[in-house]
Design a protein around this ligand. Structure first.
Ligand SMILES: *Cc1c(COP(=O)(O)O)cnc(C)c1O
Length: 376
């Protein structure tokens, strides 16, 4: 099956009682266990609603097994704690989602887990390896500069070193990138973003091999962080249109990026689909589409970020992403507020950098909104 077909038909739980074609919402937390192989319980991550949507996600990412969590951070922290113990070492890419960065820097030391932050290059990851490295953790494209790391190179390095590779695939979604097919062991998601896609649910997901999933399930069972039946159902419904949404969002982002590049009031556009983007060639090799996230810099002589956002009529200021509606934020005061101004400047996050999550509206309306806001 192609990915669009998997979105609709993979997984699911047909209802033998009524012949209904959608997965029913099973609200039970207690299940009869006599004459059954496994005890079913929400925190065992094996209820019918959890299974129905996990199978769909697993098919979309090309894995063998998936586990659903109540948030992206629950998924990410559970994966880390499943494979890292005191005395172990992890290599972590330094450009990372803020919440993941905070989890590592505020808890790993107390847990006795050593880590190295490596710049966004496969050879920097290789240089950071030690004999105790168990996990390599990456994210591509990155937030908010949309930088790209070569996934296949990283998985090759990890295989030689006997380390497990984990990638946060939130920004690309399986529609634009399937890291397991490029040799990655474990994919994590904040399903709150593209998988949910309507800015109305919080969830996380892990997709991997059956063997690694078993180990993650064991840790998850102790930490909790499971998702309820109603949210599973909403997510399953959302995934039916994942390809449709993300394909259109990606197409719109390409049109907007091209347009912004030619706007004299915009000094820089970061989008992996642009030929001048430093990660363009790698992105072309490893992504099926360049994604629907982009960032751009407004000429600081014209207006500041807050003024620009207030002048927008259609595009919504908001810190999350991946919804059907286009949203915008300024990373300097949101996702990267805790990073010092000097470091922000060095890595290219200026006060006037805007991050755009492109939705499914008509691109002409979105371009029109940006242009009217810049017109003074
Ligand atoms: C939002 C986000 C997360 C965290 O997910 P939550 O659902 O908010 O816990 C992790 N990684 C990336 C790339 C994100 O954008």
């Amino acid at each position: 099956m192609k990915i669009e077909t998997k979105c609709v038909h993979a997984g699911g739980y047909s209802d033998p009682l009524t012949g209904g074609i959608n997965t029913p919402i099973f609200t039970s937390t207690v299940y009869d266990y006599i004459d059954r192989d496994a005890t079913v319980y929400p925190r065992y991550f094996n209820t019918p609603n959890q299974e129905a949507v996990a199978q769909k996600l697993s098919a979309l990412e090309g894995g063998e097994s998936a586990i659903l969590f109540s948030s992206g951070m629950a998924a990410i922290s559970t994966v880390m704690l499943s494979f890292l113990k005191a005395g172990d070492h992890a290599v972590i890419q330094d450009e990372l989602y803020g919440g993941t960065h905070a989890f590592i820097t505020s808890h790993f030391e107390d847990l006795g887990i050593a880590y190295s932050l490596a710049a966004l290059k496969a050879e920097k990851i290789a240089e950071a390896l030690t004999p105790k490295t168990r996990v390599i953790y990456i994210e591509t494209p990155t937030n908010p500069l949309l930088n790209i790391i070569d996934i296949q190179e990283v998985s090759g390095i990890a295989k030689n070193a006997g380390a497990i590779t984990v990638i946060d695939n939130t920004f690309a979604s399986p529609i634009n990138q399937t890291p397991i097919t490029l040799g990655i062991d474990i994919v994590t998601h904040s399903g709150t973003k593209y998988l949910g896609g309507h800015s109305d649910l919080s969830c996380g997901a892990v997709i991997t091999s059956a063997q690694l999933a078993e180990r993650i399930r064991k840790t998850a069972l102790s930490l909790g962080g499971n998702m309820n039946a109603q949210t599973c159902y909403l997510l399953e419904r959302s995934l039916m249109t994942l390809a449709l949404r993300v394909e259109r969002q990606t197409q719109n982002a390409g049109v907007i990026a091209d347009h912004l590049e030619n706007n004299p009031n915009i000094s820089r556009v970061n989008y992996p689909g642009l030929k001048n983007h430093p990660g363009h060639d790698i992105a072309k090799k490893q992504m099926t589409g360049f994604g629907a996230m982009l960032s751009f810099e407004i000429d600081p002589g014209l207006m500041n970020a807050k003024t620009f956002m207030k002048r927008l009529k259609l595009i919504k200021p908001g810190v999350s992403l991946g919804g059907v509606e286009t949203s915008i934020c300024d990373p300097a005061t949101t996702s990267h507020a805790k990073v010092s101004p000097e470091v922000r400047k060095r890595i290219g996050i200026s006060d006037n950098l805007m991050r755009l999550s492109v939705g499914i509206e008509h691109p002409d309306d979105l371009i029109g909104d940006i242009e009217q806001a810049l017109l003074i």
